[in-house]
Structures are given as structure tokens and as C-alpha cells.
Design a protein around this ligand. Sequence first.
Ligand SMILES: NC(=O)c1ccc[n+]([C@@H]2O[C@H](COP(=O)([O-])OP(=O)(O)OC[C@H]3O[C@@H](n4cnc5c(N)ncnc54)[C@H](OP(=O)(O)O)[C@@H]3O)[C@@H](O)[C@H]2O)c1
Length: 312
Amino acid sequence: MNNERNFTGMNRRQFLQTGASCAASAMFLSLGRTVAWAAPTTSNLVPFATLNNGVQMPLLGLGTMTLKGDIGMRSVAEAIALGYRLIDTAMIYGTETTVAASIKQSGIKREELFITSKLWKSDMGYESAKKGFQTSLDKLGTDYLDLYLIHRPAGDIKGAWKAMEELYHAGKIKAIGVSNFKPAQLADLIANSEVKPAIHQIETHAFFQESTSLESLKQLGIQMEAWAPLAEGRHGLFTNTTLTTIGKKYNKTVAQVCLRWHFQRGIIAIPRSKQQAHLAENINIYDFSLDDSDLAAIATLDLNTTQFPEWS
Ligand SMILES: NC(=O)c1ccc[n+]([C@@H]2O[C@H](COP(=O)([O-])OP(=O)(O)OC[C@H]3O[C@@H](n4cnc5c(N)ncnc54)[C@H](OP(=O)(O)O)[C@@H]3O)[C@@H](O)[C@H]2O)c1
């Protein structure tokens, strides 16, 4: 990925257009309208990262963990209408069918979306991975995925990766990657495989900044993606004094400050929300910039440890 190129490569006109479009979306929302306007045929709101195989991936998307049923349908539809194009799901979330139904109802063309799903631990190994992938594909009602990740390292990782490499070469997956790998597990996979992961999706937020991982992934040419980019609000994130003070400076919320921070670090973020106002807020981050003093203040918040010990 070439974050620098994408972050600094946006010219001033594109940058201002992006901000203006977001502001327009927010205006509609502040008037209390539901999703009544047509989804744009293409979304120019969110800048892209270029992955190590040339695939372009939006730097912001919608996380769908827990967004099932009617709430999930509505949230995905509202996100698409607001300009989100990256949707992150996984077999284990049980949200693939909801995502599929919502996309179908939105009428948006498949090729305008960037859909990620993930292979769960129970499907590791060559044959199981192929079956697991096909099940996800069927549930999502599509014939290819933009990104498929090994959700957690477990079992026969190499067999699963071989299956994913074959699916990648067959054009069934545009990019393959991993999630929650330790550095040694990632190094082992890279040393023993043909296709290098394009993405590493890991827990990253203001309280667990993963700066060492960010540097080493850059060196490896692997794009970092943040799960729980808002820490699910844990550790008092939304009322944190440092983040609130920075937000006041730019007339932005804590969520916007955090998502802008991910963007300026060149990290893809996939915040989840079931609230239309939050969805609009979270994509409206391209009309301001955190300065060096803001970045230094946020750096002091790092606790350098997971806020999700239950998943470690
Ligand atoms: N690879 C992995 O192992 C892994 C693990 C965890 C998550 N993920 C992925 O990452 C995605 C994001 O992580 P996450 O869902 O755990 O947490 P998150 O996105 O950090 O936080 C979601 C929480 O933040 C709230 N929120 C969102 N926008 C807000 C705003 N503008 N103002 C105030 N509150 C706001 C949401 O509440 P409202 O709904 O009320 O807005 C929700 O409670 C997941 O959905 C999933 O797709 C991957």
C-alpha cells in the first residue's frame, strides 16, 4: 500500500470536494431525514489505499460484528447511502446474509463495493478453507470477495493459506490477508508461502496504538487495518479529556478525531455503528487535519496493551 501517495496524493480540489460531500450528507441527517436519497453510483468520499498487489481498498469502511437482522439491514443500507463502500463481515459474526440482503435491496452494483469476509478457526486447513470460503460466498450472494482474511491463527494455517492462494489465482478473491497474527506467525507464513498477505487486521485504537506493528508492516509492504478503531468505547474513550479537547478545537467529535487519527497514520478503519447519525459522523473526517501537537497528545494515551483480553 502506498499511504503517503494516497494521503498526500489527494489534490486540494479532491480534498475539498470530499469534505463538502460529507458535510452535505451530514446536513441531510441533521434535518432528521431517513435514507431517502439515492446512493451515489460511485463514492468519492473515502480515499483508497493501494495494496501490495495493486488492489485499491477504501481507507474507511463499516464493521458489521453484531449487526444482524433488521438493525443490520438498516445500518448497511444507511452506510451505503452515505458513501461507505467497504463492508467488513465474517462467517463467525453471522452477518453475511444480512449484508447480502441489504446490498441487494440498495441496488448498488457489486463492483462498486469492497467486501471483506474471514475464515474462522473451525475451517482451517486446505479442504475446509475451500468449503468455508464457498459458504461465505453463497451467504454473501456474490461470486467473488474483494478481501478474505484468516480470522485468527489456529490449526493448519499453511493448508488454509494454500487454498486461499489458489482461490486468489482463480480470481475468486481480489486480495488475501490475515488477522490477529503474532509477528512470528506472520513471518512464518510469509517465509513459507507464495503470495504475501496484503492486509493484517489487528486491534488498534488510541489506547493500543500498535506503532511497532505499523512500522514493521510498512517495511513488509503489508497494509494495516484496525479492528475496534473506536475501542468499542472501552476505557472511557468517548469521554476522554485529551480526545474531547482536540475535538473541540476542530468542532469534531471524539469518534471523528480517532478516525482521522487512523487515516493520518495510513491505517484502514472499519468502525461499526447502528446509528445513522454516527455513521454520518464517522465518514465526515476529510475536512480537517490533526496537527503535530494533537498527534503528540494522542500518542500519550497509548496503554500499549489490548482492551479485549477476553479475545487474547
Ligand atoms: N478481526 C477481528 O478479530 C475483529 C475483532 C473485532 C472486530 N472486528 C471488526 O472490526 C469492526 C469494528 O470493531 P468493533 O465493532 O469491535 O468496535 P468499534 O467500531 O471500535 O466500536 C463500535 C462501538 O462504537 C460506537 N460508535 C460508533 N460510532 C460512534 C460515534 N460516532 N459516536 C459514539 N459512538 C460510536 C457504536 O455504537 P452505536 O452503534 O450506538 O453507534 C459501537 O458501540 C467490527 O464490527 C468487525 O467488523 C474484527
